[in-house]
Design a binder for this molecule. Structure first.
Ligand SMILES: *Cc1c(COP(=O)(O)O)cnc(C)c1O
Length: 362
């Protein structure tokens, strides 16, 4: 039998979550963010399932070209724009939009006349301090874009929120004020909200919203899980029990003998490990669903396997189904146990994990 590690992708859940975006931010345009291989779910697959999004956002031209070559006709925006002049011809050829966030990009644009206007977002740094023009440079950057005949008119305006996942942080309000002041008097559609902005900060909805993580059925907030926000998990990572053993009190389990049996107990081995994208830093006690019920992870996560405490399911058998996260076990909780965020777990599922769309035969 093939290796059991399988990621089930529920495209109905994805469509449900897109609908949640539309309910939470009614009447707004939706740029669905599908960078990093659709947050690990398969970029072309999620793009096809969300054909009714108003646009897609990706990180780079390579991702955009994969979408165009798969026949996706929806507008696509490169969230970091272009990195060098050679990309402009491809951007034009594939009808891509760009984010312009720094003067070096303006210099390149001005020096390379194009045959048709490209849709453009001007990005302002309102406090995230990663990409974007400083607020006091915004008006000048906008004038330069406007003067460029091959930049589509009107230029759209965007910024990105740094702390919207914390419903109590004041930074979001400061960023809103800073953004409005920087672009005062400029015409053009505005876009601010990521998933946390969409669900938690209605004042950030503006003209366009840019949902990412919520589309995949994960709460964007530090203190909630998907169901609290009416979202359904899209990816369920599953595998199987491949061995059951009994050990004595005092026996050590796994690498570095870091976990020692407190009693005589049954221990199960599951075919999943960091080679599949299961986090190596998942702590003992991290929940794993076996036959639909929780059992705790014990010992170190290895490349191909993990070990679980079967004391609560002494009759568990080789071949029994296991869920690592997804339906029945929030990825938010597993991420927390591994001192990371759900984004990293979803993006990190590796090539050797089979991806199966729901409805397909498993
Ligand atoms: C990734 C990204 C998003 C989506 O963020 P989520 O937290 O996943 O909703 C939105 N805007 C920009 C610019 C991004 O890079």
């Amino acid at each position: 039998m093939a290796r059991a590690a399988t990621a089930l992708i529920d495209l109905d859940a994805l469509r449900h979550n897109l609908q949640r975006v539309r309910e939470a931010a009614p009447g707004r345009h939706v740029m669905a963010i599908i960078k990093a291989n659709g947050y690990g779910h398969g970029m072309v697959r999620v793009a096809r399932a969300m054909a009714n999004a108003d646009a897609f956002g990706v990180a780079s031209i390579d991702e955009a070209i994969v979408l165009r070559e798969a026949g996706i006709e929806t507008p696509i925006t490169l969230l970091e724009g272009f990195f060098e002049a050679q990309e402009l011809a491809l951007i034009q050829h594939h009808r891509l939009g760009v984010v312009i966030h720094q003067a070096a990009q303006l210099d390149i644009l001005e020096a390379h006349p194009l045959s048709a206007p490209i849709p453009t977002w001007l990005k302002i740094d309102s406090g995230m301090h990663r990409l974007g023009f400083a607020p006091e440079q915004a008006q000048d950057a906008w004038r330069r874009l406007k003067a460029c005949r091959w930049v589509a008119d009107p230029v759209r305006l965007m910024t990105h929120l740094a702390s919207a996942d914390d419903r109590h942080s004041l930074q979001t309000l400061h960023q809103l004020e800073c953004f409005s002041a920087a672009i005062a008097g400029i015409e053009g559609e505005r876009g601010i909200a990521n998933s946390a902005g969409i669900l938690g900060w209605p004042q950030t909805h503006a003209d366009w919203v840019r949902p990412g993580i919520m589309l995949y059925g994960v709460s964007p907030f530090i203190d909630s899980v998907a169901v609290d926000d009416g979202l359904k998990p899209v990816m369920t990572l599953t595998s199987k029990l491949i061995s059951v053993n009994r050990f004595k009190k005092g026996d050590a389990i796994g690498y570095a003998a870091s976990w020692v049996c407190p009693l005589d107990m049954p221990v199960g081995v599951v075919a999943i490990g960091y080679g599949d994208g299961y986090p190596r830093h998942a702590a003992p006690g991290t929940p794993v669903l076996l036959n639909g019920k929780r059992v705790p992870l014990i010992g170190r996560v290895s490349m191909d396997m993990i070990t679980v405490d079967l004391s609560s399911q002494p009759n568990a058998q080789i071949g029994d189904p296991v869920t690592l996260w997804g339906q029945g076990l929030p990825v938010e909780e597993v991420a927390h146990c591994a001192s990371t965020i759900p984004y990293q777990l979803l993006c990190g599922v590796t090539q050797r994990v089979r991806m199966v769309e729901s409805g397909e035969r498993v």
